[in-house]
Design a protein around this ligand. Structure first.
Ligand SMILES: [Zn+2]
Ligand SMILES: [Zn+2]
Length: 166
């Protein structure tokens, strides 16, 4: 999914971050950043590479990885791991910069949700443990509504009782 909003300010921010590190602001790096900033949702490296190819940008995978790494370190982009064996990326400048994820184990659909309860948990640990929370991550795995309605059943994970009950 693509968005039409103007991402130039974010590209400029990224350029400033690169210059602060003494790294060159190349057209290739800006092209990778543009794809991530204009994407809604969570993009894999393969998807980003495909999008660049569609835009006639020929950029090697190593450059894409390196640029994504820089984007994550600049804190403009968040790296996600939904247990698929590869990472996904999403810009942190969306309408909902702070959100959690629901991941369907059947179809892989990722749904975002916001949780005020988590803020309360953070406040509680601050009081009870004197701990200063900086960031958090909540991922809930299960079946999305469509898969559940379609009658999908997931095998129970972990050990089963070894005693025969017949
Ligand atoms: Zn599903
Ligand atoms: Zn998300």
């Amino acid at each position: 999914m693509q968005t039409d909003r103007d991402v130039t300010p974010y590209i400029r921010l990224f350029g400033r971050y690169l210059r602060d590190l003494g790294l060159p602001v190349t057209q290739q790096r800006e092209a990778v950043a543009d794809v991530v900033f204009t994407s809604e949702g969570h993009r894999s490296v393969d998807e980003i590479e495909g999008e660049l190819r569609e835009r006639d940008e020929r950029i090697g995978k190593a450059t894409i990885y390196r640029t994504l790494d820089l984007l994550v370190r600049s804190r403009l982009v968040a790296e996600r791991d939904f247990g698929e064996g590869f990472k996904r990326y999403e810009h942190r400048l969306s309408d909902h910069p702070v959100h959690e994820h629901l991941i369907c184990l059947e179809c892989g659909k990722v749904t975002e949700f916001e949780s005020n309860e988590l803020y309360r948990v953070e406040n509680r640990v601050r009081q009870e443990h004197g701990f200063q929370p900086v960031r958090r991550r909540l991922e809930i795995y299960g079946l999305c509504k469509e898969c559940h309605d379609a009658g999908v059943e997931l095998p129970i994970e972990g050990l089963m009782c070894p005693i025969e009950t017949v």
